[in-house]
Write a new protein. Sequence first.
Length: 134
Amino acid sequence: MSESDDIPTSRKKTGPKPKDLVTVEVTGYEVGRGVRRKVVFDQDVFKLAAMGCTNKEIATWFDIDENTLAYNFATIMAKGREQLKQSLRRAMLHNAINNNNAALQIFLAKNILGMSDNPVNSEANSPLPWSDDE
């Protein structure tokens, strides 16, 4: 009789052996106090900001206060949002050029190149006359 025969059928475990817990060192920002203390990783904040999430959505995701998020991660969120803008511009340019999207080309010309449907009178933009006499 083997050892496994002594164990009742209801207590026999099948499947792979559970993994052992391993201690690892992580780099993140410790925010909050007491029981609500958490470690928030700047890479995760960056990814959420680059997806277009608002401060409130990011704070809710990490279960921290919105002011705490804004205070500790302002520069990281700004970089993530800049990456979002760059990605959108890249996609718009690709769509405008490769798909011959005329409406998008006009929009980009107006917003990036400063073109306009209504030409501006050049005399109205001339500088005021200067006089050294007082």
